[in-house]
Ligand binder design. Structure first.
Ligand code: SF4
Ligand code: SF4
Length: 164
């Protein structure tokens, strides 16, 4: 192909791809609903999907202190400390912190939690000037750990025990 032919070929390609792009834009302009919303006028949280991963929180009132969440975290950003009253044998949560500044929102800590104590909220406005401000402490003073109610024995098992 001569230089002149290549020149005109390039012009033709440029025009045709521009027209093709404009066709797509025009089609979306009239037929497709916008996927963005007018933040902050619109209540964004209400429109988020059910399983959206916003801030990670722990409802410490129903935390058993089992530490399954901390063990599941691949980057060790959950810090738990417990104390035991040797007289009453009662256990207390004395520390439950999550370093959200380092959390990667993978959700692996949420999966094994037996009570749903640790979970994501739809809250997403996490921008901070200082990364340290994302370090969350959930315990102010020692809190008795939540005792997960024992599941009732299946009827068959109970009757077996009575028979023997
Ligand atoms: S979401 Fe992932 S990274 Fe964040 S605390 Fe849980 S397990 Fe760790
Ligand atoms: S948040 Fe859940 S998994 Fe973590 S210590 Fe508490 S009860 Fe156990």
């Amino acid at each position: 192909m001569s230089a002149l032919a290549r020149y005109f070929s390039n012009i033709r390609d440029s025009v045709s791809t521009t027209v093709e792009g404009l066709k797509v834009t025009t089609r979306h302009l009239w037929t497709v609903k916008p996927t963005t919303v007018l933040y902050p006028e619109v209540d964004v949280e209400a429109s988020l999907p059910e399983r959206y991963r916003g801030f990670l929180v722990n409802e410490v009132e129903i935390c058993t202190g089992c530490q399954l969440c901390a063990r599941a975290c691949p980057i060790d950003v959950i810090y738990i400390e417990l104390e035991k009253n040797e007289e009453t044998k009662e256990r207390f949560l004395t520390r439950y912190d999550i370093d959200l500044g380092r959390c990667m929102y993978c959700g692996l800590c949420v999966e094994p939690c037996p009570t749903g104590s640790i979970h994501f909220t739809p809250q997403f406005e996490g921008a901070r000037h200082n990364l340290g401000d994302l370090y969350r402490r959930f315990i102010d003073e020692p809190l008795p750990v939540y005792k997960n109610p024992k599941k009732p024995k299946p009827v068959a098992e109970e009757s077996k025990g009575e028979e023997s």
